[in-house]
Ligand binder design. Structure first.
Ligand SMILES: Nc1nc2c(c(=O)[nH]1)N[C@H]1C(S)=C(S)[C@@H](COP(=O)(O)OP(=O)(O)OC[C@H]3O[C@@H](n4cnc5c(=O)[nH]c(N)nc54)[C@H](O)[C@@H]3O)O[C@H]1N2
Ligand SMILES: Nc1nc2c(c(=O)[nH]1)N[C@H]1C(S)=C(S)[C@@H](COP(=O)(O)OP(=O)(O)OC[C@H]3O[C@@H](n4cnc5c(=O)[nH]c(N)nc54)[C@H](O)[C@@H]3O)O[C@H]1N2
Ligand code: SF4
Ligand SMILES: [Mo]
Length: 732
């Protein structure tokens, strides 16, 4: 009998609702769910291809263990024994801090994995933690940490009500939104334009989004800060930022006054007249808002640029206002509270002295922390759902380091360029085998919603939450756990978590009885218990009986397979989200103020600058094996401006060598009128690795081989993967 099950697609931030037809534990069809309260029928080829992902014979279903130099299928018992022995040996010899963690991008879309790796990290104590964040969004989160004292308080455009959207370095028509859950972006843009509003894009490339914009300004890579400063200076005389409870405005203002608008214009490649027009439009709009993404974070001034975007939102009075840059909310709450200081630079990396950011070390430090001998050297690593060998700068350096580890454990659904060096690979679960709830990203939605999808197919392996729990247990006990021991471990963890809610003055569970709450949590085991707890403790939760009215529990959310709409974001949330003790926005964080001198000395250089490009059918380095997503023949072409092509005597399809970081890549040329002169663009996430069966359909040059690891945004030490100086040579 065919059953229709509801499922949220876990691949990207659009969070599309799907209707999945299942027969005998097998998916026979997938379609969009038009009744989903959040995604309203949005879907893309990737979501529709999830059955092919599930059925892919190359997707891992059993552990692999290295034996006689080869990764070979193994039983769970053998895999767990090997992990236990190797972890114990490393910890005995070098201490827990010699075991590093890498959290890849899909961990942000996988509740069980994110919570499980959190437990593992907690058991290791102060071990080095790396993540895809330092090749993605950490500069933006750090800017929010500095300004608001809360790295999760990331403002998003209120697209349903704004009337002027200034967008820098983002391409939501292809990416479907980032640090902004915004399914159906195209329709929402159309609605904005229909009500008389405008989209203005700032990007070195006339992107798929820019083509739909009312105005597009090509900018020189890495110079957004100059544009933003000119805009702020032209607008700040109005003094609107004064409406916010804040400190540091005068200090910031003095520093910004050092920048001359003419110089800013020359630096960013957008004329002063055009900048003044933009400023005028921002001034005149009723509900303007400014938004920036990967093009503004993965660059040499990532934190500064992200900071200036929110400063501009404050200057135009949009921050925390209806139709502006708002702070959405979601049902799942974590215990917390206001804190002293910011989570930044509390320690430095051992070799290069990079600052800690939100408890993490940067990608730039990974290889050298593994390869440099001495006390504190990383000897082992556990990589959850990630592929640093392709996603990090200096891929060759990363590969050398991965190969030098005493022990590498990967938890992944595929064998990838990183796990090529693994001693053990544990098979993650396919999206249909595990439940889904957007926790971290849920608070960045274009609207608030409660949505949960349970697993829809029977699992062939332990849940990822249990896999993580098991390796966390091993760190503590140096033994493989029995089922009962693992359950007891989970119970203890839950009790600890409940206690922290009960000890948090800001939680509605403050001073409640831990055992009483434990008894009320449903179900009886699994990561859903953490979810039920968080939902019930949240602002829409039942507070375990103490909230008035019919309030949320996980069970209640589950009875709404299309989700529960909780409305558009509300204004005036700053008082809730600001984490600084003084409750004020900080407009003059010291590391940003100090970075102005680096910005002033930024040179305009000749030669080509390389930037990235995402394609509709890709997702970073995975999904390369899915027949429905096979890219066009020239999916990895290097886009070259038509004038530049003429100068280099290049024609479409010509092969060129791209040189950078003492490496070379070969690519074929795609001549374009859409890319700024002096800029070339290449997709990331590919490799030429012949062993990658899972990428048999889509090979390509690995962009990140061309990026030196030292190319960073100095404040956050995050990788500056865009704007990379390269040389182009025609292959004769
Ligand atoms: N040059 C350049 N480099 C970039 C970028 C860029 O724009 N340009 N973008 C950067 C960005 S934004 C990001 S987020 C990073 C991503 O960097 P990473 O997270 O390091 O790499 P991904 O390619 O996302 O690899 C994800 C891995 O997780 C596995 N996986 C998928 N789903 C699951 C699951 O449910 N469970 C488990 N266990 N495994 C799963 C996949 O098989 C894949 O191997 O790349 C960055 N690198
Ligand atoms: N199809 C698809 N969708 C995805 C992904 C994918 O790989 N494929 N990855 C997902 C992930 S992990 C993320 S983080 C999001 C990213 O989501 P987005 O940030 O919306 O996506 P990008 O296409 O990377 O957009 C970055 C833009 O910045 C521009 N840019 C480069 N350098 C600069 C600069 O210096 N200044 C300015 N102003 N612009 C610049 C690039 O030309 C590009 O258009 O996408 C997600 N969605
Ligand atoms: S846009 Fe595509 S990949 Fe992203 S959530 Fe929706 S269906 Fe999944
Ligand atoms: Mo990302």
């Amino acid at each position: 009998m065919t059953q229709t099950k509801h499922r949220i697609c876990p691949i990207c931030e659009a969070g599309c609702g799907l209707k999945v037809s299942v027969e005998n534990n097998h998916v026979i069809a997938i379609e969009k769910n038009s009744d989903d309260v959040f995604s309203e029928g949005h879907v893309c080829a990737k979501g529709l291809s999830l059955a092919q992902l599930h059925d892919d014979s190359d997707r891992l279903r059993h552990p692999l263990v290295r034996k006689n130099g080869e990764l070979q299928p193994a039983s769970w018992q053998e895999a767990l024994d090997t992990i236990n022995t190797k972890l114990a040996a490393t910890i005995d010899a070098f201490g827990k801090s010699s075991v590093a963690i890498y959290a890849g991008n899909p961990t942000a879309h996988n509740f069980g994995l994110s919570q499980g790796l959190g437990v593992f990290a907690a058991m290791l104590g102060g071990s080095p933690v790396f993540s895809a964040g330092s090749v993605d969004q950490l500069p933006k989160q750090l800017a929010c940490e500095f300004m608001f004292g809360n790295s999760s308080a990331v403002p998003v455009p209120d697209i349903e009500r704004c009337d002027y959207l200034l967008m820098l370095g983002a391409n939501p028509i292809v990416s479907n939104g980032s640090l902004w859950m915004v399914p159906k972006f195209r329709d929402r843009l159309r609605a904005l334009q229909k009500r008389g509003g405008q989209l203005v894009t700032i990007d070195p490339r006339r992107t798929e989004t820019a083509r739909l914009a009312d105005q597009h300004y090509p900018i020189q890579p890495g110079t957004d800060a100059w544009l933003l400063i000119a805009l702020i200076n032209e607008l700040k005389v109005d003094g609107q930022q004064a409406g916010y409870l804040s400190t540091g405005w005068e200090i910031l203002s003095r520093h910004l006054d050092d920048f001359d608008s003419e110089k800013c214009a020359a630096q960013c490649g957008i004329s002063l007249d055009q900048i003044l027009l933009m400023a005028q439009a921002l001034r005149r709009a009723q509900r303007p808002v400014v938004y920036g993404r990967v093009g503004t974070t993965l660059q040499a001034f990532g934190t500064m640029t992200s900071f200036l975007i929110e400063v501009l939102n404050a200057v135009i009075g949009s921050l925390d206002m209806t139709g502006g840059a708002m702070f959405p909310d979601q049902p799942h709450a974590m215990p917390g509270g206001r804190k002293h200081g910011v989570d930044y630079n509390r320690f430095q990396t051992r070799v290069s002295g990079y600052p800690e950011v939100l408890g993490q070390m940067p990608a730039a430090a990974m290889a050298e922390e593994i390869l440099t001998p001495g006390s504190g050297q990383i000897k082992a690593m556990v990589a959850f759902a990630g592929n640093p060998a392709v996603s990090h700068p200096d891929s060759d350096g990363i590969e050398a380091a991965l190969g030098a580890l005493d022990f590498l454990l990967c938890v992944d659904i595929y064998h990838n360029e990183t796990s090529k060096y693994a001693d053990v690979i544990l098979p993650g679960t396919s999206p249909f085998e595990d439940s889904h709830y957007d926790s971290f990203l849920g608070s960045m939605g274009y609207r608030n919603a409660a949505r949960y999808s349970p697993a829809i197919l029977k699992r062939e392996q332990p849940s990822e939450w249990h896999q993580c729990l098991h390796i966390a247990y091993m760190v503590n006990h140096q033994a493989v756990a029995s089922t009962e021991q693992l359950k007891a471990f989970e119970d203890d963890l839950l009790a600890g978590l409940v206690s922290s809610y009960c000890a948090d003055e800001n939680s509605p569970l403050f001073n409640r009885d831990v055992q009483e709450l434990m008894a009320m949590i449903e179900p009886d085991e699994g990561v859903e218990r953490l979810l039920d707890l968080g939902i019930r403790a949240g602002r829409w939760g039942d507070h375990f009986g103490s909230a008035e009215g019919a309030k949320l529990t996980l069970k209640k959310v589950e009875t709404h397979p299309n989700g529960i709409d909780l409305g558009l974001p509300e204004a005036a949330r700053l008082a809730d989200v600001v984490g600084h003790q003084n409750h004020k926005i900080d407009f003059a964080p010291e590391p940003i103020i100090a970075d102005f001198s680096r910005l002033k000395s930024q040179l305009t250089t000749d030669g080509f600058k390389l930037i990235g490009r995402r394609r509709s059918q890709s997702n970073n380095s995975w999904l390369r094996n899915i027949p429905m997503l096979t890219g066009a023949k020239n999916h990895c072409a290097l886009e070259v401006n038509h004038h530049d092509a003429l100068q280099l005597n290049l024609s479409d399809g010509d092969e060129v060598v791209i040189c950078g970081n003492d490496q070379t890549l070969q690519a074929s040329v795609l001549i374009s009128h859409d890319i700024a002169s002096g800029v070339v663009s290449l997709p990331h996430g590919f490799s030429e690795d012949d062993n990658m069966r899972q990428a048999r359909n889509q090979k390509g040059p690995n962009y990140n081989r061309l990026v030196p690891s030292s190319r960073i945004d100095v404040v956050s030490a995050s990788a500056a993967l865009n704007g990379v100086p390269v040389r182009i040579e025609k292959l004769q």
